[in-house]
Write a protein that binds this ligand. Structure first.
Ligand code: GTP
Ligand code: MG
Length: 434
């Protein structure tokens, strides 16, 4: 008949539409996120480093259009900038959770539209989260456990040990076991490669046993013998990214891109988005028809929700009014108390002021008394002084006059003597000449 061509029709339709794949990279700054993405897709998406000094984690999304053979892939890489750089990291997961929910919400809003275009909707829901762990060899940090706990119901998590060339083979095995047991004991369900398809059962179940993948990334090609390979050159040798005895990079690429990319996309839609949609619609008041098969009425739901909303608003109003009245009463009581205190203080100051005034008036009276007695004594003293000094002054005036006449006589005598001396000198000079 020809319906065996249906798979081919499906393939050609999908190919003509192109594919979308969105990857979320969660990991501390400088752990090797960009390098690994470059290595995985064998290209250079970006080289720039992120700043270490972010106050909060923020998510940066970049989209690239890739092509392989005749297949178009719209790849979006979402990076967690500043993850793990803050002093208080308890809230680091929040921006990531908000971002994932926002993408689900956008899709839901598109679905709920009357005129929707889901076929060419630019889907931004995150299909996989590559969770980068430091190769410490110790247990998982609380930051990572907390973040993975919040994320695993929203996105497919594939944990990977980054920079696996910096940990020894023996430590790496122990570290892998430790990580898996900690995730299990904390109830974190990471993505498991599906084993329900017979063709993939074997490879996927063996790969599940290798989780978390320990990977090495490199943007450079190194010469090994005659070949150029992607790797990291060290003084003692080369770590080859694509050598399975060196790291699990090939396993990751195989599982993420070549085998399970479609399953990751499907799981995102059927598991994670479905859960989000379920919770959101329930919160909006939607419900499925019950066993009585009563038709589902949007009008009824709207009215019920409206009633619930109005009742809640009413309750809130009442609570706010009550709180306001209590607050006013408290403030009034406080004001009255303040007024009473001020009044008491005023009375105290008034009493103190009166006391001071009386004291000063007394002092003033005493001083006036002292001043009048002083002036009386001064007048008496003046009188006494004038009666003693008058005869003495007359004597002094007489003496002064006498002294003056004596001085005058003395000067006359001196003048006369000098005149005589001069005439004598003149007479002697004249006699010598003669
Ligand atoms: P930000 O975007 O700044 O947060 O950094 P990032 O996580 O994208 O790290 P990036 O890829 O920029 O790598 C940071 C440094 O680690 C670079 O010097 C890389 O060469 C180095 N690096 C990346 N992958 C590996 C690896 O597998 N092993 C080792 N030893 N170094 C690596
Ligand atoms: Mg980077």
């Amino acid at each position: 008949v020809g319906f065996d061509s249906l798979p081919d029709q499906l393939v050609s339709k999908s190919v003509s539409q192109g594919f979308i794949f969105n990857v979320l990279c969660v990991g501390e700054t400088g752990i090797g996120k960009s390098t690994l993405m470059n290595t995985l897709f064998n290209t250079t998406f970006e080289k720039e480093e992120s700043s270490h000094h972010q106050n909060i984690v923020h998510l940066r999304s970049r989209t690239y259009d890739l092509q392989e053979s005749n297949v178009d892939l719209r790849l979006t890489i979402v990076d967690t900038v500043g993850f793990g750089d803050q002093v208080h990291r308890e809230e680091s997961y929040k921006p990531i959770v908000d971002y994932i929910d926002k993408q689900f919400e956008n899709f839901l809003q598109e679905e709920l539209k009357i005129r929707r275009s889901l076929c060419n909707y630019p889907d931004t829901r995150l299909h996989v989260c590559l969770y980068f762990l430091c190769p410490t060899g110790h247990s998982l940090k609380p930051l990572h456990l907390l973040t993975m706990k919040r994320l695993y119901t929203k996105v497919n998590i594939i944990p990977i040990i980054a920079k696996a060339d910096t940990i020894s083979k023996c430590d790496l095995q122990k570290f892998k076991i430790k990580i898996m047991s900690e995730l299990l004991s904390n109830g974190v369900q990471i993505y498991q490669f599906p084993t329900d398809d017979d063709a993939l059962k074997e490879i996927n179940s063996s790969m599940n046993a290798h989780l978390p993948f320990a990977v090495v990334g490199s943007s450079e090609e190194v010469k090994v013998e005659t070949q150029l390979v992607r790797g990291r050159q060290y003084p003692w040798g080369v770590v080859q990214v694509e050598d399975e005895s060196h790291c699990d990079f090939v396993k990751l690429r195989e599982m993420l891109i070549r085998v399970n990319m479609e399953d990751l996309r499907e799981q995102t839609h059927t598991r994670h988005y479905e859960l989000y949609r379920h919770c959101r619609l329930e919160a909006m008041g939607f419900r499925d028809p019950g066993t009585d098969s009563q038709p589902f009425s949007l009008q009824d739901i709207y009215m019920t929700k409206r009633r619930e909303f109005l009742t809640e608003v009413h309750h809130r109003e009442d609570a706010m009014r009550q709180a306001f009245i209590t607050r006013v009463k408290e403030t009034e009581a406080q004001l009255k108390e303040r007024e009473r205190e001020l009044h008491e203080r005023f009375e105290l100051l008034k009493r103190w002021h009166e006391e001071e005034k009386r004291h000063l008036e007394e002092k003033c009276g005493e001083l006036e008394e002292e001043m009048s007695s002083f002036s009386r004594r001064k007048v008496e003293a003046d009188k006494l002084q004038s009666s003693v000094t008058l005869p003495l002054r007359r004597d002094k005036e007489k003496k002064t006059k006498k002294q003056h006449s004596q001085n005058k006589q003395h000067s006359q005598n001196k003048y006369n003597r000098e005149k005589i001396q001069y005439s004598q000198n003149k007479y002697n000079t004249h006699r010598k000449k003669l």
